[in-house]
Design a binder for this molecule. Structure first.
Ligand SMILES: Nc1ncnc2c1ncn2[C@@H]1O[C@H](COP(=O)(O)OP(=O)(O)OP(=O)(O)O)[C@@H](O)[C@H]1O
Ligand SMILES: [Mg+2]
Length: 247
């Protein structure tokens, strides 16, 4: 389970020297086995939230836990798979080597890494390209390699920052299928996306963040039963927050 309690985060913009408030008093819970979609306009605070959850940056105040353990605790990381917004890896590595290093550093045995890599490389459709260095990969192929890396240690909690970005329709379907499969295995999935139809299709619940504040959290089936579209709700929340969308 993911629990965020009263997290705020500001950055000092190095150019203007102004304080940028990225998150304001964020409270959010994602239950074990749930698929949660996080949406919000550019600069809303999605990636900041995610980076705090995987302990890449620190919150100014508040607390976040994953399965009861503080995200600052190094053991937490082992239970979490993470796909960054713009994956960048040592590009002289092949996908196979990337997964080898990822799996071994997560504590898997050599046999476990080999078996799991084989399965994942097929799943993300990189098996035939597995021996090529990542620098020869297209953007979508790097994204797929990043996804396989996020899942190599079979984590209980999977956090994906815009997993469908840069993927062709087949790749998007592959990510969707993976999310459904993870849910079937009882894993918790937290992902951000700008693709509203993907949120509607794959999530149990969604949250809308605008200007660093969580504006709405709702079950997707409730939204669909209400006869409103996610697009309408999204635009409405952005407009209410005064972010300059004309309805
Ligand atoms: N390292 C940083 N230094 C200064 N400002 C930052 C830094 N990281 C994020 N910000 C600011 O914090 C705010 C939230 O950024 P964040 O990356 O979390 O947005 P996002 O919701 O992920 O947007 P997008 O949809 O474009 O990925 C933005 O105003 C951004 O400019
Ligand atoms: Mg982002």
């Amino acid at each position: 389970m993911i629990k965020i309690e009263g997290i705020s985060k500001s950055f000092l913009d190095s150019f203007s020297r102004r304080k940028v408030v990225a998150l304001q008093d964020l409270h959010l819970q994602v239950a074990s086995g749930e698929v949660f979609g996080f949406l919000g306009p550019n600069g809303a605070g999605k990636s900041t939230t995610i980076k705090i959850l995987i302990d890449l940056i620190f919150a100014d105040c508040g607390r976040a836990t994953i399965n009861g353990l503080d995200v600052r605790h190094k053991e937490t990381r082992r239970q979490v798979g993470y796909l960054p917004e713009n994956p960048y890896f040592y590009d002289y590595l092949t996908a196979e080597e990337l997964l080898w290093f990822g799996g071994r550093s997560a504590g898997l045995s050599a046999t476990q890494v080999k078996e799991r890599s084989e399965v994942l490389l097929h799943k993300v459709d990189l098996h035939s390209a597995r021996k090529r260095p990542l620098r020869t990969y297209s953007k979508g192929m790097v994204q797929r390699a990043g996804l396989a890396l996020a899942l190599i240690h079979d984590p209980q909690v999977v956090i994906l920052d815009e997993p469908m970005s840069g993927l062709d329709p087949i790749g998007r379907k592959m990510v969707g299928d993976l999310i459904v499969e993870l849910k079937g295995e009882g894993k918790t999935v937290f992902f951000s996306s700008h693709i509203l139809t993907d949120i509607e299709r794959f999530c149990d619940r969604y949250g809308i963040i605008v200007g660093g504040r969580l504006r709405r959290v709702e079950r997707v089936d409730q939204l669909l039963a209400s006869g409103t579209t996610l697009e309408e709700v999204f635009l409405n929340e952005v407009a209410k927050a005064g972010e300059g969308v004309t309805l």
